[in-house]
Each structure stands twice: as structure tokens, then as C-alpha cells.
Design a protein around this ligand. Sequence first.
Ligand code: BGC
Length: 715
Amino acid sequence: MRMGRHLLSLCVLAAFGCGDDDGDEPADMAVEVDMGPRDYEPDPFEPTDATRAYCPAGEVDAIEARITEILRTLSVEEKVSLMHGERVALVDGVWRVEGNERVALPGLGMLDGPRGLSSFTGKTGTAFPVAILRGAAWDPALEERVGAAMGRELASAGANVLLAPTINLVSHPRWGRSQETYSEDTHHMGAMGVAFIRGVQSEGVMASAKHYAANNIDDTRHEVDVQIDERTLREVYLPQFRRAVRDAQVASVMSAYNSINGDWADQNTHLLRDILKGEWEFQGFVESDWLLGTHGGGESVRAGLDIEMPARNRFRSVPGEVERGELDESFLDDAVRRIARAQLCYELGPHEPTDDASARETPEHLALAREVARRGIVLLHNVTVGDELALPLDPTETVVLTGPLAEVDNIGDEGSSSVIASDVVNALEGLGAVGDVTLVADPGSDPDAVSGADAVVVVVGLVAEDEGEASVGAGDRDSLALPAEHVALIAEVTALSDRVIVVLEGSGPLLVDGLLDDIEGLVWAGYPGSRGGEALADVLYGDHAPSGRLPVSWPMAEADLPPFDNVSDSVTYGYLHGYRHLAAEGTEPLFPFGFGLSYTRFSYEAIRVGATDIGEGESVTVEVDVTNEGDVDAFTTVQLYVAMPESEVMRAPYDLRAFATVEVAAGATVTATMALQARDLAYWDDGWTLEPGDVLLQAGPSSAERPLEATLTVR
Ligand code: BGC
């Protein structure tokens, strides 16, 4: 049902054919040219260190030589036939990119996406918590396990390219797809993205880092031009993509729909050729975003786009352009080398439709979904009622559960990242399995039940109708407000009970400042996935001491953030957003980036820096001792920020540059160890400049609390 709607809307949008027979017919501009095999000798390719890192050790030379041989035997038309999806609709359950039997290239099979196996398959799979909630766990090792599990579920459906991670920043929380990504922060995003990619690729499945680049608005994503200065691009919007390439050898990158400084992302020579394939030495392939993401034939290929998805439309013109001498064949060779390299380095076998449902929603994957959800759920507010804190609840206490989302399987939007989970544990099921819970749908109709309960839990927030991918669903949020009827419901309940716990679902920031005086507990649960209700019970009943830390700043008012413009055709992205903007303006957030409470107290005691100075290419170890002062075991996330008040250029007041999440037993002290890289201290000015002078290191449990300080000198 959902899949049908999606494809229909995409077909209408793109004027593509969607029937069984016309999937790869062009919408226009067919140039039919007879291109038989030709006498042809491609340039020899010298493997680089980057090629060696991408491919299994020891096989690089043989594979590159084989590709050179393949290129020699392929006609122009055969090359182009490797460079586009087969049709708009899925073929054998995946978006196919054809191979070539004669040269034993099996082709590729792609599927979304960032929270599990794509619903477009019609198959069920584990709904992992959305990436923004996984981001709140601040635990790359855990995220690597999620990537591996998602890779296994994807492979079970016959695909070998997973269209994730989304590593576009939440530059404004109204962005409809902010649930699909990890954070507002470049460094945090890079760490989480790298971990996910490593996990996926450890299963022999390719990851695709998307959407390159500056894709942070949804309603206008197909037409908006993002104006961005080079420094902002290099320091804020690109570093996480660089890490995906350099640290995780991501196999593919998806170009964005929008244009950047006047050039569409798929035709942006600066982004694709100069930076991605040039400076970063990316060895994988670039595929376009779907249907409207390819803006030309030769022009896109020349700029560095390797594959048009999901079907051949613009690329119909490519053979003719080569034939007429308008496009040099070496551009096809570059694209085909990358596409072939992916297939050979990943040792893909002949394509066979596969569907192994037993590999999906396994007990292990569902347990992981629960684990990562409880690790990500953030406790925002917990005040004393009588002489006890409002949370945790005790299973013997009577709890009234209410709110429009109490019984909803709220796992995220209906866009390309949607998943069909066969069995979702919602809040009622999760809490009801642990405690003495009564659902009261309308508190006004049963005031005695509400006022007589030991506590009231109200589940409110956002659903797919409020936010998501625009061409398939709600698009960007209209505001950061909590729906008025949810506010009214909370007021009704607080009039009846003096222990009200509000659970907020949705991608993140909601303007709830006005509620805090009246409620006793507040929790943000994101879209918590297949086992969300169990994870919520783990946290509310104290089986798990809350460990999530906000990956996005929650402002007091929307006016505290830079403006969000999702109507104009041209927007300018500034250097500061999120906590960096709030700090520069001296504006207090409602809840700061990196913030989250627990059921214990931690003291941050000592910071040790492994060296007094740092130079180009170096990294320094920073250790922080943390003691769990309470009586429950818990995780804490040590965050390391850097400040350069003496810098000659404008800097953010402080920037996250490292973090470590550690589990600390009650009463114990542990040392969190982090690595600070010199390159993360540099600024961009027509090249990276590592500025000599003192850097202030500040460590603590959130961006607003950085009690430990040390100085490091840049030589
Ligand atoms: C989205 C991509 C997605 C693709 C395929 C596009 O609309 O922007 O993120 O991978 O569809 O579903």
C-alpha cells in the first residue's frame, strides 16, 4: 500500500514510465546511436594507497588489471548500460543496476535505508530506532553492530548496496528528514557514520553515504540552490563525508537533489571531482538520488556522477555525446572502473533473487533494536515528588497511561527510510508487561482513575503526518511546537496528578519550556523502533539508567535558531548553527546539545592530555576520569570540546572534537580515553591552516557543562 503510493508519486513527479515494460524508457531526448565495440585501449591504472584500502589486501593489482581488460572489450553502449538503474520499479525485490555477463560483472542491487529493510520491498524487517535516536546513544561501537545487523537484513532480501547512512547535519530541527541522521554536529556525525558504514561493510554489503552535499531542507530539495562559502562547506558540511571515505572506505556516495553554489549536486565538479574523487581519493562510485537527481547526461558524467538511478533517462544521451566527441570516453572509463571495482572487490556473485526471511527480525536483531533504543532515550527532566524523584517508576505502583501515542506503533516517517515491522512493541505493551498499567484514553472522562494513580505517563509528540520526506510524506515541520491538543491534554492531566511523566516522541526539539513547571518527568524517545515500548519500560522502570544525550540542541524558542527557509529557491547556509550558534549568541538553550540526565550522579575529576603540544598530522590522547557517585550502574558520555579564543579567524565558541561513552559501575571510577586529531583544529582558508597557539580543551557531560580544562599548544 505504502510502496504503491510512493512509486506513483515519484512517477508523476518525474514523468517516468512505471509499468512493467517501460521502466527504463526515457522521458525525453532519446538519442539513438549504434555503438558497436570499437578499437580501444584504456589508459593503464596505477593503484593508489586509497585503492588498496578499498579492496581486499593482495587483490588490488589483479582486480585493477582485470578492469583495464574489461574496459578494453566493452563498447560505449555496454559501458553506459552499467551506469544506470534498470527500471523505476524494483526488479527481483531490489533496484537493479545491470551487470554484463560477457565480462562476468553481476551488477548491483540497491535498497534503503537508514532504519532497516526498505518497505518498498513489501517485506518485513527489524525497525531499528531512527538514526537520530541511535545518535543519542553516542556509542559508535553499538552503531557498528546496528550497521552489521542492517547489512544482514538487506542481504537477506537480495541487495548488496544499502542506501545509508544519511549524514547530512540537522542544521535546523524543522528539517523533515532529521530523524534519518545522527546529529547537528559534524564530529559526532562523522563518528557515528563511520561506525555504521564499518558495520554494514563488514557483512559484505556496500554502504552509501548520502546525500552529498548540503541536503538539509526537504520541501524544496528538488529545486533549492544552497549558497555556502568554502570555509563553511569544508569545516561544517563536508568533514563527515570525508571521514566516511577516508576512515571507513565507504563503497558509494549518493549525490543530493539540491544545487550548491549554482551547480546541481550531480553536476558539481567541485564537490565530485575536485574534493570527493580528487582530494579524498574516493575509490567507490557515486549514484544520483532517485528520479530527479540526475540533471544531464555528459555534463553529469563529466562532473563525476557514475550511476543514474533508478533508471536510464538523462543518460540516454551519453552514447551520442561520446560519438560526437562531446564527452571523452575516459569519463565513462572512470565511472565503469569504479562500478566494476565495487563488484569485484565485494566479490559479488551472479545475480540471483534471494529472499531469506529467517535472517530478518531475528531475536538477536530485535534485542539489538531494544538495546540501542534504551541507550538512546534521553531523560530531560526529573524532579522530586515528596522525597523521591519522579522517575524511575516501581513495578508495584499504579500507573495510568494516556496520550494519543500510547498505543501507536510510532516507528518513523513514510518516506524512503520506512520499514514494515511485523511486530512493534508500543508504549502500552512495553510498560504493561512490567508494571501495573491502566490505559485511560480520555483522562477527563475518568478523573478519579487519573488522580488515584501513583503516577501518570503521557505519550505525545510527532508522527509521520508531522514530519518526514516531502515527496512521500509530510516534509519539513511547520514549527517546533508540540501539537496544541497534546499541550491541552498535559494541562488536563497535571491538574489531576502531581506525578506526571511526559514521553515525547518525534525527531527531536519541541518547544516544551512552558510545561516544565507543571510536569515531574520528561523523556525524549525519538521513534524507538520495533522494541520501542520495551526500551521505554527499561528506562522508566529503571532496569536501565537513562544514558541518552541529546544530539541536537533544544531551543527555548524557534527564534533562537538561525531561520529555516523551506520556501525559497535559494538559501544561504551560515557557519554557525545548533549549539555553536546558541553559544555565539549567548542564548541559553532549553536543553543543550549533549545533555541527558541519569538515575545516578557522575563526577568528572581529572583530565590528562598525552602531550603538551601537537603538530600537523598528529593526534593526542586525552583521558578523563569519571566516578559514578550513585548506587546504580550507568553509562556516561565524556565530551571534549575545543575553544580557540586567541584565533586570528572567527571560530565557534567551542566545538565538539572527541567523545567517549563509558559504562561505570556504581561507586567505581573509570578513565575515558579519547583521541584529538590535529586536523580537527585547523580552519579552512584556501587550504587547511593549523594555527599555532594555545587551544583550550574542555571536557564534561554536555556542551553546557565543561568543568575540566587543559591547554594544548599547536606548534
Ligand atoms: C531519497 C533517498 C533514497 C531514494 C531511494 C530518495 O527520494 O532522497 O534518500 O535513498 O529516494 O528510495
